[in-house]
Write a protein that binds this ligand. Structure first.
Ligand code: ARG
Length: 457
């Protein structure tokens, strides 16, 4: 098959080379955006008087037809035509002859592909932000129902202090708010139109780039044609944020996997979201969470892959950069499924209130004992030491904090009075953390009110 660029060639492209270098098998995903761009380019060429009205109308009409065919899956993609751009252009030429041959005036695939990917990614970022919002809503709904439920907070995966369960889930809401901000941030940076940069040096015809930007809903123009065609920073930034969101989902998944063990027993997952074992009949495995955790690996891999592709490329465009698309598509597809999967899990989660509460007493309240002494005038370090000796004493005697009598306590400090027993419950412990951002009931309730407003609940 004759290539659009075949003028200077004397022989047909080697079959292997065609197979090896093609990208249409995956970049056809950009077809919708390629056509949107083509139409805007036609309008710009009309303004620049490269095309007349009739030519522009014919091109737009044919491009719209092709768009419908692509949507219906009727468009025939040919690997011999390399990529999505040349497939669409070749089809236009087949249908319109010389008029079709005018479309690529004042454009290169180098500015074209950067524009396509930006258009595509802008839409995907908005969609991922919608997914994240739904996830945050689920977190807030759980928080609303768990203000009066206590659980242990862990540091070093060792029981640390009691918290309100709502406080835990609101922590993840904060995480996903920051991720949302990161996406908005990179969106703003990538929202610059590359078209008009040509292959590397700009284009010869008087294109009104501001007009094209408006047509394609770009906020700004790229300001240097070399930069515009050579960089993939916007994809890298996105892949990083995707990897980071993956990390966040993975950590949440890990907590839930641990909580779901028989040893913890804090949560139960619905049957329909678990799978069994082919050999051990008793098993009910949290595979969705494990897959979320596992897929985070490929999100990291995609970032590292493209970072490595870009490293050491001479300015400006190099064909290596075609390797940007598969990691990008893969990260987007998987990230969306990971968020969706996590949302299903959260919506189906049963919290075992009694188990969580039972786990929240005893030594988790030792810090409260120390703070009690501080309030009675003992310096914190001394109080910490006294409380530590009480732990050692209890461990030695095989007793729990609740078992202590006032006489026993008095052996450690004269400052202990009867009122000490009033403070030693997980709920009271949380309520003393009234500091802004703390886990006291009133503070958590306040955060939930704000969260509901912000999430539109
Ligand atoms: N398929 C190519 C890519 O994705 C399009 C740009 C090709 N440019 C070129 N001069 N061969 O990067």
């Amino acid at each position: 098959m004759k290539k659009p660029w075949s003028g200077r060639f004397h022989e047909e492209t080697d079959k292997f080379v065609e197979e090896f270098t093609e990208s249409v098998s995956f970049d056809k995903e950009l077809a919708e955006y390629d056509i949107e761009q083509d139409i805007a380019h036609v309008k710009t060429l009309l303004k620049a008087k490269v095309l007349d009205d009739e030519e522009a109308n014919k091109l737009i009409r044919e491009l719209s037809k092709i768009r419908e065919e692509v949507k219906k899956g009727e468009f025939e993609w040919k690997k011999e035509l390399e990529d999505v751009h040349m497939n669409i252009e070749a089809e236009l030429i087949k249908r319109l002859g010389d008029i079709g041959r005018k479309l690529h005036t004042a454009r290169s695939r180098n500015d074209q592909v950067a524009t396509d990917v930006k258009l595509f990614l802008k839409g995907e970022i908005k969609e991922i932000q919608r997914f994240l919002k739904e996830l945050r809503k689920s977190l807030v709904r759980i928080a609303e129902n768990t203000v009066d439920l206590v659980m242990p907070a862990y540091t070093h995966l060792q029981k640390a202090q009691p918290i309100r369960v709502a406080h835990y889930f609101l922590a993840y809401r904060e995480v996903f708010i920051k991720d949302d901000e990161r996406l908005s941030d990179l969106y703003r940076r990538l929202d610059e139109l590359p078209l008009g940069s040509g292959a590397v040096a700009g284009v010869d015809f008087p294109l009104e780039r501001f007009f094209t930007a408006k047509e394609l809903n770009f906020n700004k123009l790229t300001r240097n044609s070399i930069y515009a065609t050579a960089e993939r920073d916007f994809i890298l930034e996105f892949l990083f944020v995707a990897a980071l969101i993956g990390q966040h989902l993975s950590r949440l998944a890990e907590d839930l996997i641990i909580w779901n063990t028989e040893e913890f027993g804090f949560v139960e997952l619905p049957d329909k979201l678990c799978t069994g074992s082919s050999i051990m009949p008793q098993k009910k495995n949290p595979d969705v969470l494990e897959i979320i955790r596992g897929k985070t690996g490929r999100l990291y891999g995609n970032l590292i892959a493209l970072l490595t592709v870009m490293k050491g490329l001479p300015m400006a465009y190099n064909r290596d950069m075609q390797e940007d698309k598969e990691p990008l598509f893969d990260s987007i597809r998987n990230l969306k499924n990971m968020i969706k999967g996590m949302q299903l899990i959260l919506n189906g989660l049963t919290l075992k209130e009694q188990v969580m509460k039972r786990a929240s007493g005893n030594f988790l309240l030792i810090t409260d004992l120390a703070n009690y002494l501080v309030e009675k005038g003992i310096p914190f370090r001394t109080a910490h030491h006294i409380a530590g000796s009480i732990v050692a004493y209890l461990v030695e005697k095989g007793k729990k904090l609740e078992d202590l009598t006032l006489e026993e306590l008095k052996q450690f400090s004269e400052k202990f009075e009867k009122d000490v027993f009033g403070i030693l419950t997980p709920e009271k412990s949380t309520d003393r953390k009234r500091v802004f951002g703390g886990t006291a009931r009133e503070e958590v309730l306040r955060r939930i009110e704000v969260a509901k407003l912000e999430e539109g609940l």
